[in-house]
Design a protein around this ligand. Structure first.
Ligand code: HEC
Length: 216
């Protein structure tokens, strides 16, 4: 083998290794995964608060705990998050607080309590992740982003804290990722019922192969 060929082969192997390394380096860490999940949940929650709850304010629609009773009631932001995240089986997502209206929303472990305390002490931090038994967890601060958060929480008959101010950390969104858990495949819904053939069902006309420009 000529020297040039050897150099070429070594160069190619180097490229593959480098691209192999960069590929595995691009795999998100479990911490990044927790952050991505919470970012998405937070974004949907914020969009619901700003574009549905705030947008419809004064129109006769209002967020109410017993929203199922009347079509003019909207789910509370916390209920919206809960009902969406209950549909997720691969990880557990929740809304927790040190002073919850609903005692079910207390942190589940000491590590979760400590994370909430840290997030309250250091607002700029925004996100904390940690190992907790057989779980890896991420907690991101849940801020009182609009006045209605604090108005409702401060005056709720079951409130455990009535001095919330706008932009306070009111609690946290938590994601609990079980280590080594097999991801379950969702059952696939049944096929739709048969329908008459539509434009998509007609046979596609065969295209004549087009020769590339360099073939004469
Ligand atoms: C109209 C009342 C109302 C509004 C508005 C409201 N909440 Fe709540 N929030 C509740 C109630 C009631 C619960 C308990 C729901 C449950 O889990 O049963 C709750 C739950 C929570 C929790 C979980 C801990 C707890 O208190 O049980 C957090 C954190 C929270 N809300 C933050 C917010 C934020 C941030 C906003 C504004 C974006 C907001 N809430 C708007 C009434 C309200």
């Amino acid at each position: 083998m000529s020297i040039r060929r050897v150099l070429f082969a070594v160069g190619m192997a180097g490229c593959l290794t480098v691209s192999g390394v960069s590929l595995s380096a691009a795999d998100p860490t479990i911490e990044q995964t927790a952050r991505y999940i919470l970012d998405v949940v937070r974004a949907f929650r914020a969009a619901y608060v700003l574009h549905v709850v705030e947008h419809t304010r004064g129109s006769g629609l209002e967020p109410k705990e017993e929203w199922q009773k009347d079509p003019h009631f909207l789910p509370l932001p916390a209920q919206f998050v809960k009902s969406a995240t209950e549909q997720v089986d691969s990880v557990e997502i929740g809304l927790i607080s040190l002073t919850p209206i609903n005692p079910e929303n207390r942190p589940k472990t000491q590590a979760e309590t400590d994370a909430l305390i840290q997030l309250e002490k250091d607002r700029a931090r925004g996100f904390i992740s940690f190992s907790d038994g057989s779980y890896f967890k991420g907690v991101s601060a849940d801020l009182a982003m609009v006045r209605s958060c604090i108005e409702c929480h401060n005056h709720h008959p079951k409130t455990a804290r009535s001095n919330f101010k706008q932009w306070d950390v009111m609690g946290g969104l938590v994601v609990r990722i079980k280590r080594g858990a097999e991801l379950e495949t969702q059952p696939f819904p049944p096929d739709p019922t048969k329908r008459p053939p539509g434009p998509m069902d007609w046979p596609v006309p065969q295209q004549q192969p087009v020769a590339p420009p360099w073939v004469r």
